[in-house]
Design a protein around this ligand. Structure first.
Ligand code: FMN
Length: 139
C-alpha cells in the first residue's frame, strides 16, 4: 500500500451557492480526516478540480463515491500518481472558489481554458492550479 494523488475535473449540475459549497466541505472535511485523506478543491464557473491524496484503496473508493454525487457530473480523472509526500497535508480538503474578477494577478489562471479536453492534455496544469491556491483558501 502506498500514497497516491488523484486529480479529477467535473461540472457542477447547478450553480453552487456559498452555503452549498460550505455544507459540502464540512462533510468532506469530517470524512477525509477520518480517512487520512488530504487534498484541495477548486471551483470556478460550475467547474470543479479536485486533488485527493491518501492510501490508494481509500482514495479509489472515495473517488468512486464522489463520482456518483448528483451535485456534479462528467467526472474525469486527469492524473493519478504514486507520491512520497503529500502536497496538501495541512488540508483535509482545502478550498477556493475563484471568480474571474478576483484573479486579475493570476494570468496563468485566466489563460487556462476550463475544459476536460484541455486538462486531459495538460494534467500538470490542473495540479499547478490547485497548488497555486493552496495557501489562499477561501473558507
Ligand atoms: C465536487 C465534490 C467533491 C467532494 N469531495 C468530497 C471529499 O473530498 N470527501 C468526501 O467524503 N466527500 C466528498 N464529496 C461528497 C460525497 O460525494 C458524499 O456526499 C459525502 O462523502 C457523504 O457521503 P455519505 O452520504 O456516504 O455519508 C464531494 C462531493 C462533490 C460534489
Amino acid at each position: 500500500m502506498g500514497l497516491v494523488s488523484l486529480v479529477y475535473v467535473s461540472f457542477a449540475t447547478h450553480d453552487m451557492s456559498d452555503e452549498e459549497l460550505q455544507e459540502l466541505l464540512k462533510i468532506a472535511r469530517e470524512k477525509n480526516s477520518a480517512l487520512a485523506v488530504t487534498g484541495m478543491l477548486l471551483y470556478r464557473d460550475r467547474y470543479f478540480i479536485q486533488a485527493l491524496e491518501g492510501e490508494e484503496a481509500v482514495v479509489d473508493t472515495l473517488y468512486e463515491k464522489i463520482k456518483q454525487d448528483p451535485r456534479h457530473m462528467s467526472a474525469l480523472i486527469v492524473m493519478k500518481t504514486n507520491i512520497k509526500d503529500r502536497s496538501f497535508e495541512q488540508w483535509s480538503m482545502g478550498f477556493n472558489k475563484v471568480d474571474t474578477h478576483e484573479v486579475k494577478g493570476f494570468t496563468d489562471f485566466l489563460d487556462t481554458p476550463f475544459e476536460h479536453a484541455y486538462f486531459e492534455e495538460h494534467p500538470t496544469r490542473a495540479v499547478a492550479l490547485l497548488e497555486q491556491f493552496r495557501d489562499r483558501t477561501f473558507f
